[in-house]
Write a protein that binds this ligand. Sequence first.
Ligand code: AMP
Length: 475
Amino acid sequence: MSFSQLGLSEKVLAAVAGAGYTAPTPIQEQAIPHVLSRRDVLGIAQTGTGKTAAFVLPMLTMLEQGRARARMPRTLILEPTRELAAQVEESFVKYGAKQKLNVALIIGGVSFDDQDSKLMRGVDVLIATPGRLLDHHERGRLLLTGVELLVIDEADRMLDMGFIPDIERICKLVPFTRQTLFFTATMPAEIQHITEQFLHTPVRVEVSRPASTVATTTQLLVKTGREPREKRETLRHFIRTAENLKNGIIFCNRKREVALLHRSLLKHGFSAIALHGDMDQSARTAALDQFRKNEVTLLVASDVAARGLDIPDVSHVFNFDVPHHADDYVHRIGRTGRAGRSGVAISIVAPIDQKLVASIEKLIGQTIPWVDGPPPASDEPARPRSRHERNERSERTGRGRRPERSERTERSERTERSPSTPAQPERVAPDAAPAALAPPASPHQPQPDRRQRNENSFDPAHLPAFLMRPVRLKA
Ligand code: AMP
């Protein structure tokens, strides 16, 4: 099938040709005609499948008609991270060069005022992270009642980051009659529930089995000792001896490890930069830019910072740590071998990691070869994780986990005051009981403001079951 058979406008077809695409990818082929016929779409697709263009191209076609009004965006795209939001904006620049559309990016970590003046001018496409979007809405600077099309991208990632309550709120703020395009790589029960609630008889488009790896990536396992020093030595050896290494992403399980490894690589003369959730937004953007422009060869990253990023043409992925969750492995190695290119993914495996490797192999349905033959069968029992490791892990991956600091910053920014808003006195005494223990508020009582809700209250509907179990207190 060719792009011209999908119903896209002439301008969009010209932009596609300009991008050098000869044929639509399966998700584009299956989703675009339905989007253009105004159906809701549930797309199950990972990054790297061309899913961004699957919604951007028909949106550009549809937006050729009509005009935006001040503070009332015509379409809204929700992304879990600032980097992904910025990436989608780039797609509009790339494919929409021939159209005069107003595209605004509403993300945390940058000035409210610039965003506000953009909203004031009228926006055809609003690309936002949920927290900052709600902030603008709560300040009365943004009306969502004109949204004709809503895109929820990377929904399973939103779930991991604890954004689902925000998504639910936003879905209720946009008109019931809007069109919704919903993309997710996996379909856990919580996501299934959201789709049932907010999509109207959607067309389901599934392009590859969730958790599949691409055939163009060569996967390898490498034995190493259990000490970080040994792992670093092994890594250096494989970077130095890797064939055709153009550039590579090195994944660590913990942000502290990212910083340590980054320093060590610099000390050993490698060209490397770090990307993790504790860096501020400008440092993250600068790191990614340097890596994209090939000004540095190696990007040392944590999963949270790097998931879903489209960095074309990465030749190598190194797993300095085997990920604790098998699906993270799939996301990590999906950074290479993109758009039909070849790639290499090397995982450094300490004796203690062998169980993790087994669960990865089970998930991807294949055995990953060892570079120098398999290690001798280990009877070393799995080392119990330290409390620190457990904390880091649950912070990073757990459903409803505490988001990383930058994510927390993004969410808590909703509670920041804009420079123009006078300081509000706290309405709750510091020793006030948490709302969950207090009697329910009557509908006529003033509702606590967002800051108080965030810090002092629990929504029982979202309380994990273990918190509701009775506990015995020591005398
Ligand atoms: P995505 O899944 O949206 O992150 O896209 C992955 C990569 O595929 C991006 O670098 C796109 O530029 C590229 N891409 C998207 N559509 C096509 C296409 N039809 N042909 C070739 N490459 C594409």
